[in-house]
Design a protein around this ligand. Structure first.
Ligand SMILES: Cc1cc2nc3c(=O)[nH]c(=O)nc-3n(C[C@H](O)[C@H](O)[C@H](O)COP(=O)(O)OP(=O)(O)OC[C@H]3O[C@@H](n4cnc5c(N)ncnc54)[C@H](O)[C@@H]3O)c2cc1C
Length: 533
């Protein structure tokens, strides 16, 4: 539901999309801006655009707040607020991150774990950071200006898969709820489902589940231990309402979607479907928008009638200046429970407890976004399904390993990675100061020692007239065997000192460059963060 960007770096998934959709897989040039206090900001944020929209004095305040946070960062980074403020300054965080994030999650940013923001950045190895910086290999998604989209929306792809499954003899049951998962001896033996008014129980050899992991745990029979059930109950989800409005106006705005940061309206994001694919709106004189509201299942907004929601959405669309209320000719509402797994404090421990409870079963695998309580995009969700299917045929892929984005992206370049990783590790290794200084000192010392001995062996009327000038610098040096030893000592000492200083400065520059590269990669990555919702 909602707009779905088709973007993946996984060739297998890309191939599947192309195979299912053929020429109906369009390439769309992305435009999606931020609407804040009546103005449009480019996304990702660009300096000049932000400056002209915010004005000089606000921009200066943002800069000062940024410098303050750099000079005096929050000592711990447990919450989303601390994490983002430390990197962007409190004022920029409050302008561009706070309101939208709180709309999405429904909890204050100082209660939201930093994991959400740090998720991708944590996974950035030196290889990825340097690749980003130097080779421009792995751009954050937000900086990718094009994505794919099916001519008539994502449902087209699922219809194509459905046809293929049926053509190959597979069976798909719609409107069918799994109500019980029965097990014995660490294996799932039967699955019970409800179709219309009847319940059926079928024997199973394997279960691959994409239903929310929380529901899966409660469907188990016999029940898992209370600790597992309690951990599952504590995993939270955020829900989502989309109010579709038909507007009698052929062009409202050019973006595919707009992030609405203004706190004075409830809507979080507005989709403009004809800008994803013109075929989505059959009458070119009209526009179809999706007003997206983030909420909790059963809360005040969720319980509003469809008529009320359409009225609120129409009012907000006109309040934001996109149309007049009278332009809205019709509307409908879709409520999507459990749209987003919530990464609140302690969710990881709870998820680990649930996973441990489920790993008991030899023939059960969980996949997808809610199935793994992971922030999977469509491609990751599909990949987890493919790998789970391969596991039923004897493969041993760990599904929990694949959907952390950076690692997963790196996996795509698995052949190159070990070589590049070792190359980068060697190129960026710290220099051992003592070893380098000793080596350089020895080389310098030996050079003088051997050169002096060679001149003595060569002999002549005046032995080594040029080299004896060294005594001006090396007190006691002469072109004699004793002088060779003295020369060795002096040149060793100078070589050692020079080598140590060189290694020290080189290490310092290296550390600074790595820090800078990682910070830049971190910044690029966080620019991607709005797109994850
Ligand atoms: C608003 C929004 C925008 C998004 N935008 C993008 C995007 O632009 N690009 C992108 O790649 N990804 C996007 N995603 C993420 C993407 O939608 C998910 O990664 C993907 O849909 C997850 O697939 P899934 O199979 O895990 O779960 P789902 O698609 O949710 O499928 C799970 C299915 O299980 C069913 N189910 C639940 N309980 C039971 C039960 N007891 N019995 C039987 N069936 C049950 C549900 O009805 C559902 O059909 C977006 C997500 C949202 C919410």
């Amino acid at each position: 539901m909602g707009g779905h960007r088709f973007f993946t770096k996984n060739n297998e998934i890309k191939g599947l999309w192309q195979e299912a959709l053929g020429d109906s897989l369009l390439t769309v040039s992305r435009l999606s801006r931020i609407h804040y206090k009546g103005r449009f900001f480019n996304y990702p944020l660009s300096f000049l655009n932000a400056l002209s929209n915010l004005g000089l004095s606000e921009s200066l305040l943002i800069l000062l707040s940024y410098l303050k946070s750099r000079g005096n960062p929050h000592p711990e980074e447990k919450t989303f607020e601390q994490w983002v403020s430390n990197r962007f300054g409190k004022r920029l965080y409050e302008t561009f991150f706070k309101t939208y994030t709180e709309k999405v999650w429904g909890i204050p940013c100082n209660s939201l774990g930093a994991e959400w923001a740090a998720q991708r950045i944590k996974g950035l190895s030196l290889l990825v950071a340097v690749s980003n910086a130097l080779l421009n290999l792995q751009k954050p998604k937000s900086l990718i200006n094009e994505f794919n989209y099916p001519l008539n929306g994502p449902g087209m792809m699922w219809e194509a898969f459905q046809e293929t499954i049926r053509a190959k003899g597979g069976q798909i049951l719609f409107n069918t709820e799994v109500t019980g998962i029965f097990h014995e001896n660490r294996r799932i033996s039967h699955v019970e489902y409800a179709l219309r008014n009847s319940r059926k129980r079928v024997p199973v050899s394997h279960v691959i589940s994409s239903m929310p992991i929380t529901k899966l745990v409660t469907a188990l029979d016999p029940k898992p231990p209370e600790s597992v059930l309690e951990a599952a109950r504590q995993l939270r989800h955020r829900s989502f309402i989309m109010v579709g409005l038909i507007v009698d106006n052929k062009a409202l705005f050019p973006d595919q979607w707009i992030y609405i940061h203004s706190p004075d309206v409830k809507v979080g994001r507005i989709q403009n479907f004809k800008n994803w694919s013109s075929a989505m709106v059959p009458d070119p004189c009209k526009t179809s928008v999706g007003m997206e509201y983030f909420c909790d299942e059963g809360d005040e907004l969720w319980r509003l009638t469809d008529e009320d929601l359409v009225a609120i959405a129409s009012g907000e669309l006109s309040r934001l200046g996109f149309c007049d209320t009278g332009d809205v000719s019709d509307g409908f509402v879709i409520r999507q429970p459990m749209a987003y797994p919530v990464y609140d404090e302690g969710y990881q421990e709870r998820l680990m407890a649930v996973r441990a409870g489920l790993e008991e079963f030899e023939n059960l695998q969980t996949i997808g976004r809610n199935g793994m309580h992971r922030y999977n995009n469509m491609d990751h969700s599909m990949l987890s399904g493919i790998l789970a299917a391969q596991n039923t045929l004897g493969a041993t892929r760990d599904l929990w390993e694949i959907n952390e984005e950076e690692r997963y992206l790196e996996e795509d370049t698995a052949e190159r990675t070990p070589f590049l990783e070792s190359l980068f590790s060697r190129a960026f290794a710290r220099m051992d100061k003592l070893a380098f200084a000793t080596a350089l000192g020895s080389v310098c010392g030996l050079a003088i020692f051997l050169a002096t001995l060679w001149l003595i062996a060569k002999g002549g009327d005046v032995v080594g007239p040029n080299m004896s000038l060294l005594s001006q610098y090396f007190f006691g040096y002469s072109v004699t065997v004793k002088g060779a030893c003295i020369g060795f000592g002096y040149s060793f000492a100078w070589g050692f000192l020079f080598g140590w200083l060189f290694a020290y400065i080189r290490n310092l520059f290296l550390a600074l460059s790595i820090y800078q590269i990682k910070k830049r990669a971190e910044k690029l990555s966080i620019q991607d963060f709005l797109d994850g919702f």
